[in-house]
Design a protein around this ligand. Structure first.
Ligand code: NAP
Length: 244
């Protein structure tokens, strides 16, 4: 068995596929969720039936205390977290000037501070083991900008800055930190945009389709592997050629 992996926001969408892929590859996976206990439980049951090691844990990544309790629970169950995937995220579509303080603050709290909170809690274990891998899920919108998603895109750009800077800081401890910038991936997050927008996004994607959660999960699997042992501080885009 590989070590302990914590995947945030793993009840649905991209995180769910990441957790399933890692568990099937032998990682002992913690499936974090916020509200959808039913979805987290169904994934847990599915993975355990396949003989995988998995647990679920409800925590709001924006809350440092909840994150700390979650990481302690994973350590108790599976040992120190060796792989952290910061996937939990929220988006919001509105004109910049119509985006209120509460929405702005929540975007930052979940997408940026959430990533910071989990890193803070797993790093002591990784540093003492001189081993660890962190994969942050940013977005192509954080790289190229997105009209009517200024708050979301700003948090995802900030995740890129966090990734590069932290990678430099913890490299001497043999910890790698990378980010993935997905393009349009077919999940609930994209469903809310409606069929017309989805068709437009497919048209704009050179490879001619939306991405599937597994497209991102496969990349996480590679980055987590020792095969990627010389890769750190990078942002890898998986977007079907959208922003080439
Ligand atoms: P999704 O289908 O909306 O799923 C979001 C997941 O995050 C759910 O499991 C949700 O838990 C969890 N979550 C939300 N807020 C949380 C919080 N505060 N604490 C813990 N968990 C929380 O989203 P997705 O499309 O899979 O996106 C996953 C990540 O990829 C996000 O960071 C997103 O920004 C990024 N991304 C997505 C796309 C895309 O096209 N889909 C493109 C670029 C980047 P519950 O089920 O319990 O609510």
């Amino acid at each position: 068995m590989k070590g302990a992996a914590l995947v945030t926001g793993a009840s649905r969408g991209i995180g769910r596929a990441i957790a399933a892929t890692l568990a099937r590859e032998g990682w002992a996976v913690c499936i974090n969720y916020l509200q959808r206990k039913d979805a987290a439980e169904s994934l847990l049951a599915q993975l355990r039936a396949e003989g995988c090691a998995a647990m679920i844990y409800q925590a709001d990544v924006a809350d440092r205390g909840q994150v700390a309790a979650m990481v302690r629970a994973v350590e108790k169950e599976f040992g120190a977290v060796e792989l952290l995937v910061n996937n939990a995220g929220i988006s919001h579509q509105a004109l910049f000037q119509d985006t209120g303080d509460e929405t702005w603050d929540r975007l930052l709290a979940v997408n940026l501070t959430g990533t910071r909170n989990t890193c803070m809690e797993v790093l002591p274990g990784m540093i003492s083991e001189k081993r660890g891998c962190i994969v942050n899920i940013s977005s192509m919108w954080g790289l190229r900008g997105a009209s009517c998603e200024v708050g979301y895109a700003a948090t995802k750009a900030a995740v890129v800055g966090l990734t590069k800077s932290l990678a430099l800081e913890v490299a001497p401890s043999k910890i790698r930190v990378n980010a993935i910038a997905p393009g349009c991936i077919e999940t609930d997050m994209v469903k809310v945009l409606g069929e017309e927008t989805k068709a437009m996004l497919v048209e704009e994607t050179p490879i001619g389709r939306l991405g599937q959660p597994e497209d991102i999960a496969n990349l996480v699997s590679f980055l987590a592997d020792d095969k990627a042992g010389f890769i750190t501080g990078q942002v890898i885009t998986a977007d079907g050629g959208f922003i080439v």
